[in-house]
Ligand binder design. Sequence first.
Ligand code: GLC
Ligand code: CA
Length: 565
Amino acid sequence: MSTIEKKAWWKEAVIYQIYPRSFMDSNGDGIGDLCGITSRLDYLAELGIDVIWLSPVYSSPNDDNGYDISDYRDIMKDFGKMEDFDHLLAEAHKHNIKIVMDLVVNHTSDEHAWFIESRKSKDNPYRDYYIWKEPRDGGAPNNWQSCFSGSAWEKDDATGMYYLHCFSKKQPDLNWENPAVRDEVFDMMNWWCEKGIDGFRMDVISMISKDPDYPDGPVKDGLYGDLMPYVCNGPHVHEYLQEMNRRVLSKYDLLTVGEAAGVTVDEAKKYANEEGTELNMVFHFEHTDAVSNKGSVVGKWTTRKPVLDDIRPIMNKWQTELEGKAWNSLYWDNHDQPRAVSRFGDDSTEEFRVLSAKMLATCLHMMKGTPYIYQGEEIGMTNTRFRSVEDCRDIEEINAYRQYVTDHHMVSSEEMLKCFETVARDNARTPMQWNSEKNAGFSTGTPWIPVNPNYTDINAEKALADPDSVFYYYQKLIRLRHETPVIVYGVFEPLLTDDHNVYAWRRVLGDQVLTVACNWSDQDVSCDLFENLSDGSEELISNYKSHKKGVLQPYEARVILSSLS
Ligand code: GLC
Ligand code: CA
């Protein structure tokens, strides 16, 4: 039997991620904005979420849609002004919704004032704000490939030296070894906290400390070396986060979640330790990367869909190994991933789309950890179509296409577009589908990225009019979490771990037991977990109104609350 662990509001909360560019356009320029978000707070309050995670809204030349920041204390022109932000924050708080900011401090934009200075000369006071190296044999200092294709190093003509950019060449990496950089970042964070924001989602925070030797990486695609082993979970990362915790985080009541590429369970126990010396929780990538390295065409580009046997061992490992030591975050998708229902569920028919979206939601929200919903997931939005590379807006896709299709002929255009339809980030970035009017009600102008053509069938207005919609199912899951401590704090115990179709487990808190079973297949499958329920057992939620004895129907999910005694 378990004891109640440390309670915290961020353990009990449900987070909703907004990608502002694609959420709601208030002024008809085709780009979502802050006033657009404010205008939809009633919708979010109806859904019942506690927190908005806002993808970056700071000044940016938008090489990577705001993940390249040129001024941390100002708002991107496309999104509005600082007073629009202040208004959004105040209105969100009136709706009892907190706001968590995206903190992108592994790198800045090359248009940030620090970098403009840094590149001027070797003795500029800002030189050491970034990572500069001399050429090796007249070329790049090592063989690292940037996460957005091509070399991770860019030669700068002013001094003939190279700077490191783990992402695009317009995203130079900050040098966290320099105490002045840490001072600047922590000052800026305190400035936002003083404004009253409620937390930070920290972009690629596991990458802020690099291997000081900068060794060549293993070559996988015949072109460049892998940099991840040398930039993730580096020698000083925990020291820097503990300093951040002392100088900023511990002074406020915040939610903190680190995006932690390359994180293992053991590393996560440090980042998200229960003592609270670093962060509240991290995002790992093991389930989203489960098949990207198996049978991939090249790099992360694959057409393979994961099955339950790929996913369950990963999720169960994180559930059981963090128990009592660190807190989990739970997500199926975000702005960097394809749509959950298309990747892990089944969007082949309308019936299966709705059933599997609800099944996946049940699965995630009944695990232990803080659940994240990505905009549109709550209405079961799906992946989109890519007729040609012209349909792509994302720098990751455009660069990968150039490298693998155009320059090196390693993949055909058709194959690459199929991979895009399976895993490209733009699948998540098509405009939020509000209604069946022009541009899905997102904008009166031309949207910056094409709307998914299925918006007349899948949209929020339709969902709100249908009591059996995916929306109301999410609403119920959120309400149940707020009412039922075992959903938040119950210990996770895996069940039926050899079943290829049924994902099942229990959650136990005191004498309360939650039994969860989810059928990941499109067939009836046998399952006797619910055959001998004790008296007083109660079905908390299911995506089917009637059940078959000893059977779970296609994509059926059931959650039963009972008492141990
Ligand atoms: C993170 C962001 C992603 C961005 C990258 C570089 O992974 O989520 O959108 O491209 O960092 O900032
Ligand atoms: Ca706009």
